[in-house]
Every structure is written in C-alpha cells, then in structure tokens.
Write a protein that binds this ligand. Structure first.
Ligand code: ATP
Length: 261
C-alpha cells in the first residue's frame, strides 16, 4: 500500500462511472460520471427534481433503503466497488457519512448521539477513549464549547443549528473518509448557516465533502468544484469559479443567471 497522505491528494477518493438510477420504470439519473477527491469540496447544484439528492444517495447506498430504486454503473471508494456483494453496507456508511436536510439527532443525550457510532463499530476499547472520541468530534464540529457542560442533556433540546453540528459530530465520530451533505442548511437561519459553512471550510482536506445545495451563493462560498445537474444528467463539472463566471454549457449559464430553476 502506498502512503495514504501521498495518494489522497492526487487520486480520486470516489469515482462514479455511467451511473444510472431508476425508481421503478422512471429513470432519475441518466449516466453520470464524476471523480471526487480529498482536496476539494464538491457542490451539486441544479433545479428541483434534477436528481442531485438521488445521485448523492448512490454514493453511500442510501438508496438501498428505497425498495423501487435500482442503480446501474460503477461507483468506487478507493478503487473498491461499493455495490459489490462483498461490501459491508454498515461499514460503507461509516466511511461515507451523511448529514441530512433536517437535523435528525437521536432522542438521546448529546454524549450518546456522538458515542453511538463508535460503540457499534467497536472503536473505543474503554470509557476514557470513548470520552476522547466524543470530545474530539464535538470540537471538530465546532460544538464542544457550547455543550461541554451539558453532555447528558438531550440532543433534541439543542437549537436547529446546534443539532445540525451535532449530526456532523456524529458522522465524524466514526472517522469517515467522505461526508455527504444533503442541503444541510435549508432548515437553518443565516447565523446557523454561516457556522455550518465555516465548519465545512475547516473540515476540507480531512474529509472528502460533497454538498447538495439550492443556494448558488452557498455553492460559491463553500465549494471548489461544482457539478450542475439538469433532468437527470450532469451537464457540467468544473472549478466553482469557472462554473459561476464562465460556464461552458448554455444550460449552466441559464441556470446560474436565474433563467430557470
Ligand atoms: N423515493 C422516490 N421514489 C420515486 N421517485 C423519486 C424518489 N425520490 C426521488 N424521486 C424522483 O427522482 C427525481 C429526482 O429527484 P431528487 O430528489 O433526486 O432531485 P433533487 O434535484 O434532489 O430535487 P430537490 O432539489 O427538489 O431536492 C424526481 O423526479 C423525483 O420525483
């Protein structure tokens, strides 16, 4: 094996090739190929219903939970096919964590929300190490100072923005390699949104990050690469600065200038 740090900056963490997704007869994703690396936050943008969330969910097999959903094509994580029968899906979802639109902490204490994953994955051999994982995850999620004196309070009693950072801490606690965020700020006020955006900046480089957003200003602020989706296809993928200032495709230009969507 090559040194991890040397490979991650040059090699794709995840690659999708000709991915198609069907809901029953209906095709929602029509052959998408993309490479995701560790160095860049990737934003998925596009009008409602274009397939951003559907494609995002293929990256950690969340679509397995939708009985009528079917995926074709190849998706690899460090070169390994995540749809192969030998892939442990529970393990995959720890490696490729997900943060949802609506903060969804468990109805448990702040501590237990973060400790849950490390416990089920056996990551901490004793209480002291578990305490350390919980603290480090909350620090990294920018929440530690606000909750360190009330770790036994319920996670659901936190503000919406704090709950979302708790969900990010919960994802971080199992030491993921990729974090998928599906409109993580859509239920938050502007101050809580700014904190999550700041956090995304801080997490960049340590994890590969993909964020679905409706908010083009947000995509421009947090990402270095942007993929524009339209009607189930990925129309354009490139540097965020190019996509927003000098897109190659007319459909991208129309969308970013507000002509539709
Ligand atoms: N569980 C499902 N069952 C059937 N069809 C679905 C399901 N989820 C999504 N779809 C359909 O797949 C297409 C893509 O939806 P998806 O939610 O991925 O788009 P999106 O770009 O994320 O939209 P939005 O920005 O509104 O969240 C849509 O036509 C949608 O109706």
């Amino acid at each position: 094996m090559l040194d991890n740090t040397a490979t991650t900056s040059t090699k794709s963490k995840m690659s999708a090739r000709d991915v198609k997704v069907f809901y029953g007869e209906k095709q929602a994703i029509k052959g998408v190929s993309i490479d995701i690396d560790m160095d860049n936050v990737v934003a998925f943008i596009g009008p409602s219903g274009c397939g951003k969330s559907t494609f995002l969910r293929t990256l950690n097999r969340m679509n397995d939970t939708i009985p009528i959903a079917r995926v074709e094509g190849d998706i690899t994580l460090d070169g390994e096919n995540i749809y192969s029968s030998s892939m442990d899906v529970v393990q995959l979802r720890a490696r490729v964590g997900m943060v949802f639109q609506k903060p969804n902490p468990f109805p448990k204490s702040i501590y237990d929300n973060v400790a849950y994953g490390p416990r089920i994955h056996g990551l901490a051999p004793n209480k002291a190490e578990l305490d350390q994982i919980v603290e480090n995850s909350l620090v990294r999620a920018g929440l530690w100072n606000e909750v360190k004196d009330r770790l036994q309070d319920s996670g659901t009693a936190l503000s919406g923005g704090q709950q979302q950072r708790l969900c990010i801490a919960r994802a971080i606690a199992v030491d993921p390699e990729v974090i998928l965020m599906d409109e993580p700020c859509s239920a938050l006020d502007p101050i809580a949104t700014a904190k999550i955006e700041e956090l995304i900046h801080e997490l960049r480089g340590r994890y590969a990050i993909v964020i679905v957003t409706h908010n083009m200003q947000q995509a421009a602020r947090v990402s270095q690469k942007t993929a524009f989706f339209h009607l189930g296809t990925m129309v354009e993928y490139g540097d965020t600065s190019d996509i927003f200032t000098n897109p190659r495709e007319e459909r991208t230009r129309d969308y970013i200038t507000g002509r539709y969507g």
